[in-house]
Structures are given as C-alpha cells and as structure tokens.
Ligand binder design. Sequence first.
Ligand SMILES: C[S@@+](CC[C@H](N)C(=O)[O-])C[C@H]1O[C@@H](n2cnc3c(N)ncnc32)[C@H](O)[C@@H]1O
Length: 248
Amino acid sequence: MDLPRIFVIRERNHRVHNPFTEQKLALLGDVIRLRPGQTMLDLACGSGEMLCTWSRDHGISGTGVDISTYFLGAARARAAELGVADRVAFVHDDAAGFVAPTPVDVAACIGATWIGDGVPGTLALLEQSLVPGGLLLVGEPYWRIDSPDQAVVEGCGFTSRDEFDDLPGLVESFGRLGWDVVEMVLADGDSWDRYAAAQWFSLRTWLDANPDDELAGEVRAELDTAPALYVRYRRRYLGWGVFVLKRR
Ligand SMILES: C[S@@+](CC[C@H](N)C(=O)[O-])C[C@H]1O[C@@H](n2cnc3c(N)ncnc32)[C@H](O)[C@@H]1O
C-alpha cells in the first residue's frame, strides 16, 4: 500500500499538499484556539506539516495517518527538525476506517474526503475519534461559480459538476449534517499558486534528472499542459478551504 510514484514526483518538495501557504496553515492553527496538551488526529496527513508546526507553536500532540511512505518519511524528518518528535507520531495505514484508540480534541481530514466516500462519510468517520465537544476540520474544494459548464468541470480535472458544491451549498450541507461551522480559512489565487505552480518546478527538475524513466513521457505531457490548464480553469473556478465544525 503506497501512493503512486507520480504524486511523489509532483509533490516531493511540498510541505503542504493543498492550496494553503504555510501562513494560512498557521492562521488556521491560531483561529481554532489550540491549547497546550490538546490532542489531534490528522487523517491523510501528507508530510505532516500541520501536526508538526501546530505542535511547535501550540504545544499539541497528535497522530498523522497516510499511505505515502515518502510523505511519512518527510513528516518524521520535519518533526525531528522542529523538535516535536516526542509529541507527534506518523502511522503508515489506510485512513479509510481509521479510528483513534483514544478520542482526540481535534480530528482532521484536509484534502482527502475520498477516504470517507465524500464529505458526509468523512465527517462520520472523524467523529468516531472525537471527544464530545471537540473540533472537526475538513478541507474541501468548492465551485467558485454557480453552474460550471462541462468544459470547466473537465478543465479542473473532474468528470461531473456534482462532485462538489459551491461555497454556500457546501456550508449549508454542514448544517444539514448537524454541524455548526465555527470558523473557516479559504485559499486564494496566491495560495493556490504555491500548491499548483510549485509542482511544475518539481516536475521539471525530476524530468531533467530522469529523462529515461518509464514515467518521463507522462511527466513531459503534464508539464506541457498543466500551467495553461491551471490558469484557465482551476485558478479561476475552483475554490478550496478548511472548515471548522462543532457538533450541534
Ligand atoms: C491532497 S494530499 C493532502 C495531504 C495533507 N492533508 C495536506 O493537506 O498537506 C492527500 C493525501 O492523502 C493521502 N492518501 C490518499 N489516500 C489515502 C488513504 N486511503 N489513506 C491514507 N492516506 C491517503 C496521500 O498520500 C496524500 O498524502
């Protein structure tokens, strides 16, 4: 069980694998008023930047779960670098169905709601690990316009408009599921660029170093098209944010 290699080639230099800058991640940690000693579970934690920096900045402890051995290695190295290796742990496991052995104060899934087959299932999964009254964090895309046509949907890399809601629809859906939205931090064009444009540099440096690799053709093709596709579609039409929820 591991993440396909193309994802690592694309994002091996990212610390944050979503359209947030490190500043937005820090802002999110501030606005949810973390306190020293609080505990957190991060499902599909990627390279663990959220857990590591929030442990350093707020004194929390926690566990991250991911299928990528490469990203988990980066997470453990980052924990050591920031001096928090005694407070955060990273587990190689499938996050689908993962429940913390001891309930936590904050349970998160940032940018991977497929682990619960969509938002409702992911909230239900996370809640199984949450103390009563705890905070749930979910990172999710949304359409920035009401009714994107099929060219926009496909240009953003999806097949159906129904894969996501618009922002009002997404926020209303949390209420229907019985959660109050108590905070949110949204991506913007600049923070999207740090996620998307940073991939192109990683693709190109990898291609230069590995011209004969079996994935070289795929990487070349992606580099040929990704920048223009991104500025035409995702950067304009796809929003992304982290929503902070508390059970009603
Ligand atoms: C978009 S990245 C988000 C990573 C991290 N939450 C962040 O925001 O930096 C998605 C992550 O989900 C992980 N992933 C995908 N499927 C998974 C699964 N079934 N169980 C655990 N992790 C998974 C990938 O390895 C990747 O690290």
